[in-house]
Design a protein around this ligand. Structure first.
Ligand code: CMX
Ligand code: CO
Length: 145
C-alpha cells in the first residue's frame, strides 16, 4: 500500500547552488547526500516532514554525474524542474507487481538501490499521464531485506 509522498525529484544543473536556494529561500537543510552511480546522479535529500507511517517526505535534488544518465538527457531536453514523484510503501515488491498487473509498465524486474539504503522502482511516465513515478521502500520500513 502506498502510504505517503516519499519525495519529489527535482533535476538541476548545479546541486550546490540549488541546495543553497532551498536553504536561503525556505530554510530547508540537507538531511543526506550521496552519489548513486547506477542512476547516474549526485543527490541531496531535504527532509520536509515526518509522516504518520513512520517515514518522511523529502525533496530529492538531482544533478547528473555522467552525460548518458537519464537525468542529463532529461535536463538537456527540458531544463531544470520537477523530474519525478515518489510514493512510499512498506512493500515495493508487492505494490510494483500489483500495479504491473493493471497494465502499467514497471521499469525494473527487481527493485534497485535508492537513497539511504532504500529499494526503488519506476513506472513509465507514458502509462502515468505524463508523470515519471517512483515507488520506494525505505530501509527502516523494509520487511523483505
Ligand atoms: N517525466 C515525464 N515524461 C518523461 C520523463 C519524465 N521524467 N522522462 C522522459 N519522459 C517522456 C519523454 O518526454 C518522451 O516523451 P515523447 O516521446 O512524447 O517526447 C518519452 O518519455 C521518452 O523519453 P526519452 O527522452 O526518450 O527517454 P527514455 O525513454 O530514454 O527514458 C525513462 C525515459 C522514464 C525510461 C527513463 O527516464 C528512466 O528509466 N527513468 C527511471 C530512472 C530515473 O529517472 N533515475 C533518476 C532518478 C533516480 C532517483 O530517483 O533515485
Ligand atoms: Co527519486
Amino acid at each position: 500500500m502506498l502510504t505517503r509522498i516519499d519525495h519529489i525529484g527535482i533535476a538541476c544543473f548545479d546541486l550546490d547552488k540549488t541546495v543553497e536556494f532551498y536553504r536561503a529561500t525556505y530554510g530547508f537543510e540537507v538531511f543526506h547526500t550521496e552519489v548513486n552511480e547506477e542512476q547516474g546522479v549526485r543527490e541531496a535529500m531535504l527532509k520536509i516532514n515526518e509522516t504518520s507511517d513512520g517515514g518522511a517526505s523529502y525533496l530529492q535534488l538531482l544533478e547528473p554525474v555522467r552525460e548518458d544518465s537519464t537525468v542529463a538527457k532529461w535536463l538537456a531536453k527540458n531544463g531544470e524542474g520537477v523530474h519525478h514523484i515518489a510514493f512510499g510503501t512498506a512493500d515495493v515488491d508487492a505494490d510494483a507487481s500489483a500495479i504491473k498487473e493493471k497494465g502499467v509498465r514497471v521499469l525494473y524486474e527487481e527493485p534497485r538501490k535508492g537513497s539511504m539504503g532504500s529499494r526503488i522502482t519506476f513506472l513509465h511516465p507514458k502509462d502515468c499521464h505524463g508523470v515519471l513515478t517512483e515507488l520506494v521502500t525505505s530501509a527502516s520500513s523494509d520487511k523483505e531485506h
